[in-house]
Write a protein that binds this ligand. Structure first.
Ligand SMILES: [Mn+2]
Length: 232
C-alpha cells in the first residue's frame, strides 16, 4: 500500500486550495479588521467566518489567536476577555480544510508599535524559519531540519524558550508524519508536505512563531504571505 505521506496530484491540488483560502483570509483580516480593544475570541470568530465565506469546508484545527503575553503559550486558546492593546504582538495560527485536506499557517505581527526586544526576537525566528525551510530536501533527515532551526535560536541565547518541535506533516490530518523534532528518525521524501514553524516564547511576556507549509521537491513556501514584520 502506498504511504499516505507521499501526496497524490489530487491531494496537492486540494492542499494548495486550503492554503490559498488561508492566504485570502489572513490578508482580509489584516486589511481593516484588527482594532484596539478587540478580543482574541473576536479574531478567532472572524477567521472562522472568512474561511467558510472563502469556500473552506471548515477549520483544520481550533484557531490560535494570542495577544501580548498570551503569545508565550504555543497552543493558547483564544479568550473572550483578552483585549488588543498597542504595543502587543499578535500570533495567529490558522488553517482551513478543502477537499478533505488541511492547511496550517502562522504569522506574528505588531499592533501600534513594537519595541526593540520584540523586533529582535521576531528577526531571530524569521531567520530560523527561513534557514530550516531552505534545507528541506528529499534524503535529508527531519532531525537535521529541526537542528538547523533550533541552533539559530540557541546561538542567540533563546534556546530554552523554543519549547516545541520544528514541524510536522500535513494532509488529511492536521498533524501527521513525518515529525520534525529532536527525536525524529524520519528521512524526507519527495511529495511529502510539511510545516516549518519555529518560535520563541518568553513566559509572561510574549511569543513569536512563523509557520509555512512546503512540498518536498518544490522550492519555496506554499503561502504567498510575506514574512517581514508587519505593524498595524
Ligand atoms: Mn503546525
Amino acid at each position: 500500500m502506498p504511504s499516505r505521506l507521499i501526496k497524490t496530484d489530487e491531494d496537492i491540488k486540494n492542499i494548495l486550495e486550503a492554503v490559498r483560502i488561508i492566504d485570502v483570509v489572513y490578508d482580509k483580516i489584516l486589511n481593516g479588521y484588527i482594532k484596539e480593544g478587540m478580543t482574541e475570541l473576536d479574531l478567532a470568530l472572524l477567521v472562522y467566518k472568512f474561511v467558510i465565506e472563502e469556500g473552506g469546508e471548515g477549520l483544520s484545527f481550533n484557531t490560535i489567536a494570542a495577544f501580548g503575553e498570551c503569545g508565550c503559550e504555543p497552543h493558547h486558546v483564544p479568550k473572550k476577555d483578552k483585549k488588543l492593546e498597542k504595543g502587543m504582538l499578535v500570533t495567529l495560527d490558522i488553517g482551513a480544510v478543502y477537499g478533505g485536506q488541511c492547511s496550517d499557517f502562522t504569522r506574528t505581527f505588531g499592533f501600534g508599535y513594537v519595541n526593540d526586544e520584540q523586533k529582535k526576537i521576531y528577526e531571530i525566528v524569521k531567520r530560523s524559519q527561513a534557514e530550516a525551510a531552505s534545507a528541506l530536501k528529499a534524503g535529508f533527515s527531519c532531525k537535521a531540519i529541526d537542528k538547523i532551526a533550533r541552533d539559530i535560536i540557541a546561538e542567540e541565547g533563546y534556546g530554552d524558550y523554543y519549547i516545541h518541535g520544528t514541524g510536522h506533516g500535513v494532509g488529511c490530518e492536521i498533524h501527521e508524519a513525518p515529525t520534525l523534532n529532536t527525536r525524529s528518525e524520519e528521512i524526507l521524501e519527495n511529495r511529502e508536505v510539511v510545516t516549518v514553524e519555529p518560535g520563541i516564547y518568553l513566559p509572561g511576556k510574549m511569543g513569536v512563531r512563523i509557520e509555512d507549509m512546503y512540498i518536498i521537491g518544490q522550492d519555496g513556501p506554499l503561502s504567498k504571505v510575506e514574512r517581514e514584520l508587519i505593524i498595524l
